[in-house]
Every structure is written in C-alpha cells, then in structure tokens.
Design a protein around this ligand. Structure first.
Ligand code: SF4
Length: 257
C-alpha cells in the first residue's frame, strides 16, 4: 500500500474522470444531493447495464443489448479508463463542497484498497462525511471498509441480467451485508416472474423485507413507464419500497448526471 498514492481506474468522461455532483436517482437516498465517483471495471456483465462504458470493451466476449444497435461500438479500454491517484480524486471531490459521496461503478469493490484510502483522505478534512457504495452483492468488503461506509446500496442481479446464476448469486455475501445493518437491497424488475425470483433471493440471503426495494428496468422514461404502474401495485401488495429512476426522468440516459 502506498497511502495516498494508490492508483485507481475510474471511468473517463471528457478530459477527466466521471466525478460529478447530482441528485441520487435511485434507492433509499433518492433525491439526496451527492458527489458521484464512478470507478471502471465490473465482474458482471449485465445485458441492460446502463454503465457499459465501464466494461464492454473492444475485444471482450461480453454481450450487451446495445451491441446490436446501429452505430453502437464497444468501448476502447484505453479511452474509457483514466488512472488517477487517490489524492487527485479527493481533490476533485472536494471541489463540489458536498460531503455526501456515492461510490459507484462498474463494481467498486474490485478497487477496495483505493476506495478505503479515498475515504480516509477525505475524512482528514473533518466534518460529517457520509459515503454510500453501490455494489452488485457478489463481494464482501473487508472490516475496514465495512466500518468506513455509511450505507450499501446492494443490487443483486436476476436472470434478466443475462449473467449466469453461479456468478451473480452469492447468498453468503448477501448475509454478510445484511449483518452489517447498513445495506439496502434494490432489485431491477422487468416482469412479473422477476418478483418470485427476488423473493427467492430475499429468503436465501436472509434479507429483511423492510430493506427490499424494487425498481423498474428501463434506460428511458418510456421503458420505465411500461413497468412502473404494475410494479407500484405489486410493491404496495408486498409491503416493500419502490424506487423510480429519478435521474433518467430528469435528464435521460446521459452520463455525468
Ligand atoms: S453489476 Fe452493475 S455495473 Fe456491473 S454490469 Fe451489472 S449493472 Fe453494470
């Protein structure tokens, strides 16, 4: 470990990294102003992933729904990733003057050491920093990161992701996150059959129903609105939270919002 000099691979946006100030668009903190730090690379490859620039690289065998769209090209890895030291990333975060930070990806837990260093570096400023991490629920963070984070937004993947069950289902990890008391579990739902699958995962992972959030799949408002009305009724019947995708409604399928 090299202290503040740990290098991280972040998603590139323009000349810099994908670090931006916006409203949290999903999950239990929806509407909260926060600085987002998007890391690159993921250990899963979901067919509907809305951050495919973090993993759908030229020369990889992964499949994404967009692969078949006219004009879509897999991303050049060298152009899609920017390497930055932790001190440099912290300086970018500080520019926004907001102490609520969302660590997202890709899969942030592939770069656990760097993120722990980033949190440590930012906390040197003092004050009431709060860190959320978005994760796919396949890797359990170590004790130090577990203690440093205020909230996990866990999004275990269903069969609708196109990822094999062996890769995406890790009940022991889910149980560990449940035990932290800091985790909320958000499931992306496309169709009625997904809900039975969610309930199976809830049971296997010992997730409490008051920590379950169902969210409609969709990268634009039309897609979200195909699912949202009936999902709202199902959430009400089941007594679980529903999340919209606020950022998509406000700004569409764009990066940096
Ligand atoms: S786990 Fe998340 S970031 Fe990774 S491919 Fe799936 S949706 Fe995308």
């Amino acid at each position: 470990m090299r202290g503040e000099d740990v290098d991280m691979k972040l998603a590139r946006m323009g000349d810099g990294a994908e670090i931006f100030y916006t409203l949290q668009g999903e999950g239990v903190s929806v509407g909260m102003p926060a600085v987002f730090v998007r890391v690159s690379l993921c250990n899963l490859h979901c067919v509907w992933c809305d951050t495919d620039h973090t993993w759908n690289f030229v020369g990889t065998p992964w499949v994404h729904e967009k692969d078949a769209q006219p004009g879509y090209q897999k991303h050049c890895k060298e152009d899609a990733i920017i390497e930055m030291g932790v001190a440099e990333i912290a300086a970018e975060v500080r520019k926004y003057g907001c102490r609520h930070v969302v660590l997202t990806g890709g899969e942030p837990l592939l770069q656990e050491e760097g993120l722990l260093e980033l949190i440590t570096e930012l906390r040197k400023d003092g004050g009431d920093w709060f860190f959320e991490m978005e994760t796919n629920g396949t890797r359990l963070p170590g004790e130090s990161l577990m203690a440093a984070l205020g909230q996990f937004n866990v999004s275990p993947k269903l069969a609708n992701s196109g990822v094999s069950q062996t890769l995406r289902e890790k009940p022991e990890v889910i149980r560990g996150l449940v035990a932290s008391g800091k985790a909320w579990f958000k499931f992306v739902v496309e169709k009625e059959a997904d809900i039975a699958e969610v309930m199976g995962l809830v049971k296997k992972g010992g997730i409490l129903m008051d920590r379950v959030i169902l969210m409609p799949e969709g990268r634009n408002v039309a897609e979200i609105d195909k699912v949202a009305p009936w999902l709202a009724e199902r959430c009400r019947d089941l007594g679980v939270r529903m999340s919209d995708r606020l950022h998509v409604r406000l700004w569409g399928d764009r990066r940096g919002v």
